[in-house]
Design a protein. Sequence first.
Length: 403
Amino acid sequence: MQSRLARLRDPDRPVLFSAVFWLVLAGTAVTGYLAHPGTIAALVPFGVNLTVVTGSWLLLPWRRASGWRRPLGVVFLVATIMLGITGSAEVHMLLTLIGIANVAFVHGMRIAWMIIGGMAGALFLTIVLLFGYGVENAVAQTVPFIVFAVFVLGLTSAVLEARRRRAEAQRLAARVRELTVAEERARMAADMHDSIGHHLTVIKMSLENAERFRSRRPESAWEEVRQAKETTVTALTDARRWVRALRPLALEGQISGAALERLAASFDGTGLAVSFEVAGGEAPLDPDVELVLYRVLQESLTNAVRHASARHVSGRLAFEDERVVLVVADDGRGRVRDARGGFGLRSLAERARTVGGVLTAGNRQGGGFEVRAELPVPPAGGTAWDPAREPDRNPAEDVEAAR
């Protein structure tokens, strides 16, 4: 039920227009009924007209669109004009102005101004030639229409300009983030070259010396191997430090549920309706598990915005006895049959396995796409599974396991 309501609640539709539409529609329905009390022959076309207006309103696009929805703005505009013929007693005129505003959103301001000019001229000529009123009377009725139309298009222009500025701000913010990340990566690359690169060079030299001494001076060879092993431990410590430095700032000082809720809320301005809930008592998680959960939600929401054409995404983080489960589901078009998962999901599945969990993704029954991550929760007083803390093994065993 919530998913169906999310489809009807178009995030691009101005709230003011929506409120005015339903109020004026109710007034138009009452006026039309009172104008034809008990006259079924007149009420039927009026009722059909109202149905067309209501149905087209629910499906109207509010951005430049392509496909079958694009002509709906014209259908809605014509249907609102027809209300004056089927018996609305001019109460419907605000609906017509909303229809003109929709044309401006979808087809551009120039087309909307042309429609206003044409309707003003048609209204003036109809009053003078068809109804036989004087020019003064025609002007008195045409001018208010033009004034209200200009006012509505002024609001429309302001909304379009706000959208343009927001899109530009988002583009610039994305560019700033890219430049910041690039600069930080360059700095980190230099630092890693000076630290880890140095350690790897020492390891290489120690192993070369061990190879050279292995026959003539075995004791020296083993000493070089020992030194290489110690340097390897130092290099691994530095590598872990760099990995933790890449931890998202949103996770710093936040419990996992709060960080994920904040991440979900950050997608509100994308045109996507996002809901998120936490079930069960939150338990402390390993930092690596928290990072995987954060990345899974981030990747799922990004894919829903970019690829799924979804309207609503629901996320649920559930804490159970020995595991935490994150489920992210959207109402989009799902994955094309036989299509392989993207690099992002494959990488996340590998990261989930690294911390002892599992990640699955696929189309939902009834439509949409779902990503499910099940990760371990450390027992009370214990620690989460960490491959880095496993005892040393023969490297040949690791190679064989990787195969």
